[in-house]
Design a protein around this ligand. Structure first.
Ligand SMILES: [Zn+2]
Length: 251
């Protein structure tokens, strides 16, 4: 059976060349029994195919540091981001990323390393393990980056400002202390942000911050409110992803 996934890039009228695309992933591999948000999982074989099709389309690995610095996307860069730091990304993602020579960044929940997705379990979601520090080091040793996703994964706009500030600044400090690298990229949990929260992220010294708003990022992009495209099951092939993007951009 030959199924094409991201190959029909001509379906997309130039969006990928209008700015830097940042792709959002969460979990890789098989879904455990009782999974509620099935769309947040992408199977390993599908993930591998997607990477191959980005390559076939002439796309190359990019990094968040490039976001908002240039008009268009002449080099055909694509940035792959993983929210939350799931262990299953290490298990099912490292080999495909290596095979296709792609880099990715994992946004880690600093107080939950080696623990589980507590914030999702409170909503009845199936338990998944989060990478422990040694696994984060394995991730980094493979050439990938880490970023901060707060300490406990709260809704930042609903948190008292002092608490939001602590979530944003302490997560950076803890990750830098633990892993000995600069942590320059932030991701808003639930894509929940407003100007006050954005100011806290700026004050904490982050270079970029990712939202869940849909789109690509040109020269005028707000580097602390970057747009992304979500690679969930519903957008498993390029046609579906593009249909989803068009619907969201039309709103
Ligand atoms: Zn998250």
């Amino acid at each position: 059976m030959t199924t094409s996934y991201y190959t029909s890039l001509h379906d997309c009228p130039g969006l990928l060349r209008e700015g830097l695309p940042i792709i959002t992933y969460h979990k890789l591999g098989p879904r455990p029994p009782g999974t509620r948000l099935k769309g947040l999982y992408v199977g390993e074989a599908l993930f591998r195919r997607q990477l191959g099709e980005w390559r076939d389309a002439g796309m190359n690995p990019g990094s968040l540091a490039e976001a908002g610095t240039a008009d268009g996307n002449p080099q055909g860069r694509v940035v792959l981001t993983f929210d939350d730091g799931f262990e299953n990304v290490l298990r099912h993602g490292l080999a495909p990323l290596r095979e296709h020579r792609f880099r990715a960044i994992q946004f880690l929940v600093a107080d939950l390393l080696g623990k589980t997705n507590e914030w999702e379990q409170r909503e009845g979601e199936a338990t998944e393990r989060l990478m422990e520090p040694s696994q984060v080091r394995e991730w980094m040793a493979a050439g990938h980056e880490i970023g901060a996703h707060t300490c406990t994964h709260p809704h930042l706009t609903q948190s008292p400002l002092a608490q939001a500030r602590e979530e944003i600044t302490a997560s950076r400090r803890k990750l830098e202390d633990l892993f000995g690298v600069p942590v320059q990229h932030f991701c808003y949990p639930y894509g929940d942000w407003n100007p006050a929260v954005r100011d806290l992220v700026a004050g904490a010294g982050y270079l970029t911050a990712c939202t869940t708003e849909t789109g690509v990022n040109g020269a005028t992009a707000d580097r602390l409110a970057l747009r992304r495209l979500t690679a969930r099951y519903a957008s498993r092939n390029w046609k579906n992803l593009w249909a989803l993007v068009k619907r969201k951009l039309a709103r």
